[in-house]
Design a binder for this molecule. Structure first.
Ligand code: 1GP
Length: 249
């Protein structure tokens, strides 16, 4: 049986200490710079590309993800904002359950709508428990999903959600502080969770510096997701320093 994308990513995590994830938002606002961003990602030692956004304001998701896939050798995984964000041009999709919220649309509704489409597309599914934390600004995820983030200091509540995510059979726990967060997921939460969980932790939202990446990986994060800095500070040397900090082996 061929090795799955998830197994490949896990092999990278094992070998390099953690996986550097580049998040590209296939929204209209990034249209002119999209291929430049893909090239930057290719040149900066990222391991995988996630593609998705809370809101895509036109009908070009498919053409943009096609362009991304055609211009990189990295695996391309959809990080969907909704069941509309699916494409055969991706290698896989994070099958996200927004378990920090109690909105049934993001606990089962979008899943039912997307499941038959995913089956037709034949792309790999990576079940992922998605936990929204309060990163100090009202995030797009919070607004669009109509759910509240969990306060960062509620360590036991975060753990209870993460354990529930693991026991439900998810392969990843994604701790999301929201794109452009002031405060990324607290390192003490990562250390605590990683001592209790048997599945890898993905951290995203507000992780913009090598120092932050280094601290998070040292605390037990297995995947570091970076979006805003690729859009806003597109300097190859900075991104390379960032991915070096993620790769601690
Ligand atoms: C958002 O986790 C991602 O869903 C990335 O966040 O844009 O702050 O890097 P940033």
């Amino acid at each position: 049986m061929p090795i799955s994308i998830f197994e490949k990513l896990e092999a990278v995590r094992e070998k390099r200490g953690a996986v550097a994830v580049a998040l590209l938002d296939p929204d209209k606002k990034n249209d002119n710079d999209l291929l430049k961003m893909v090239q930057l990602v290719n040149d900066s030692d990222f391991d995988v590309v996630f593609v998705g956004g809370s809101l895509i304001s036109d009908n070009e998701f498919e053409s943009r993800i096609k362009a991304i896939s055609e211009n990189t050798d990295l695996p391309v995984i959809i990080f969907p904002g909704s069941s509309n964000q699916l494409s055969k041009h991706a290698n896989g999709v994070l099958f996200l359950s927004l378990i920090s919220g109690r909105n049934p649309q993001y606990l089962i509704g979008e899943h039912v709508k997307s499941a038959p489409v995913i089956r037709n597309l034949g792309i790999e599914v990576i079940p992922t428990a998605y936990i929204l934390l309060d990163g100090g600004v009202r995030s797009s995820v919070e607004v669009i999903s109509n759910t509240s983030p969990i306060p960062m200091n509620k360590k036991d509540i975060i753990l209870a959600h993460a354990l529930a995510g693991e026991y439900l059979g998810n392969k990843l726990i994604f701790l999301e502080a929201g794109s452009g967060a002031k405060q990324y997921a607290a390192c003490e939460n990562i250390s605590f969770l990683s001592s209790q969980l048997n599945i890898p932790i993905v951290v995203g939202g507000g992780v913009n510096t090598p120092d932050a990446a280094h601290k998070l990986v040292s605390s037990g994060a297995g995947y570091i997701v970076s979006g805003t800095q690729i859009e806003k500070i597109p300097i190859r040397e900075n991104l390379q320093t960032f991915t070096n900090a993620v790769h601690q082996r």
